[in-house]
Design a binder for this molecule. Structure first.
Ligand code: SF4
Ligand code: SF4
Length: 407
């Protein structure tokens, strides 16, 4: 196919206007590599990582080309041929080990609470605006991580509709533990028994998106074991990226004789937070958001999982007359895992476009369901001192429940 319908939706093609930086160009390149007409070179690796893996091209493609899987397979090929790259070394050794991640998080929190951070930022602002921009991308580390801080099982008041198990995640629990708490509260208020399986680990998506398939498989197996033990009917995930990957465990482990069937059962139970809350029905509140609200659609929710109507309907419901359409709501914000750190300039240009659209909407609140988007859009808003809040739908819903309860 040479239709090119994917070109106008691709953020990297928009940046350069070059065919080689478009989905169509990359697919041609991958084909040549796969049939051995071209060797795996640094230029190929560069191209595969220039792509954000936002999968907007996948939504646009009339032929149903599953671009996300192609780019991940290409990255796996790169990683096999090249020496295990530093990025994957860090992911393997810091993200996988929850204890190491926590120690690191506590050190970062200590740094963020100290005057030292202010000194470092002032220095960077003057001598290296690029590093300053990168340093500002890091959200504040949460005061209390949820994973160990709450009981493994919590019962709702009154009748119980069933049992759900919640993924607390790695990044989510370090930087957005409050979103985990809000998620659990909303589920309890909606009469679900909530479990936080103790043996759970990172979902494995960071490895999967970066060509480290072995790492992802290992984590997928650990999560299957932990969540199976919970006996829950559904597994609720409040990070769009993690959820998309957990729904793919069935594919990730399809050739593993001991896990393929279990992985299929596992993936069928996974629900993204807003998908779950919307489809099972949630308590409506009389209290509504009192300021103009827009909804930014995370790539791995709208393009990878094709979930748009569910979170949008929740936002429309809680925003009432204050809901506004965000122009290019499905256009990537530039976060894409750690893309915004590794390709700061490109990510900043993509972010500027998102912030412009937010400014034009007149919103005072942006709702979005992915930690990467929360951090990236939050940093853009902070950079321009716009004073606009960026919140997860679980947080907004929980705030309204509390307000109604108090009122
Ligand atoms: S995944 Fe996103 S960045 Fe990559 S080629 Fe497709 S549209 Fe472009
Ligand atoms: S990837 Fe899909 S939309 Fe893009 S050129 Fe190929 S067939 Fe067309």
């Amino acid at each position: 196919m040479h239709c090119g319908l994917c070109l106008p939706v691709c953020p990297t093609y928009e940046l350069t206007g070059l065919e080689k930086n478009s989905p169509r160009g990359r697919i041609r390149l991958m084909k040549n590599i796969m049939n051995d007409s071209l060797p795996v070179t640094n230029a190929f690796m560069e191209e595969m990582y220039f792509c954000l893996d936002c999968q907007a091209c996948q939504t646009a493609c009339p032929a149903g080309v599953r671009y996300g899987e192609l780019v991940e397979a290409a990255r796996t090929l790169v990683e096999k041929k090249k020496f295990l790259r530093l990025k994957n070394f860090i992911v393997r050794n810091f993200v996988e080990r929850r204890s190491v991640l926590r120690v690191l998080a506590v050190v970062i929190r200590f740094y963020q609470d100290s005057l030292f951070e202010r000194g470092v930022l002032t220095f960077l602002r003057v001598f290296s605006p690029m590093l300053y921009g990168r340093a500002k991308l890091m959200p504040r580390v949460s005061n209390k991580f949820v994973f160990r801080a709450i009981p493994e099982t919590r019962e709702p008041e009154g009748d119980i509709r069933g049992t759900v198990a919640v993924l607390t995640g790695c990044v989510m629990d370090v930087f957005y533990a409050d979103v985990n708490r809000d998620t659990i509260d909303v589920l309890l208020i909606n009469s679900w028994r909530v479990m936080v399986p103790r043996g759970q680990v990172c979902c494995g998506s960071l490895g999967g998106h970066n060509g480290d398939a072995e790492y992802s498989k290992r984590l997928a197996k650990k999560n299957i074991e932990a969540f199976e033990k919970s006996g829950a009917e559904y597994y609720v995930v409040n990070s769009a990226g993690c959820c998309a990957f957990m729904k793919r465990y069935a594919e990730v482990l399809s050739d593993d004789p001991n896990y393929s069937e279990r992985a299929q059962k596992f993936s069928k139970k996974v629900r993204e937070f807003s998908e779950f809350v919307y489809l099972t029905g949630f308590k409506k509140t009389q209290c509504k958001v009192t300021e103009p609200v827009v909804y930014h659609e995370p790539c791995h929710l709208v393009h990878t999982q094709r979930i748009s109507e569910e979170p949008r309907s929740i936002v429309v419901e809680i925003a009432g007359d204050n809901f506004r359409e965000l122009n290019e709501a499905t256009w990537c914000c530039g976060s894409a895992g750690i893309y915004n750190v590794l390709r700061f300039r490109d990510a900043s240009e993509i972010l500027d476009r998102k912030i412009d659209n937010i400014k034009k909407s007149g919103a005072r609140l942006v709702i979005t369901g992915n930690p990467g988007c929360l951090a990236q859009i939050g940093s853009g808003i902070q950079k321009e001192n716009l004073g606009i809040e960026v919140l997860h739908p679980a947080t907004v819903l929980n705030r309204l429940y509390k307000k109604e309860g108090a009122g």
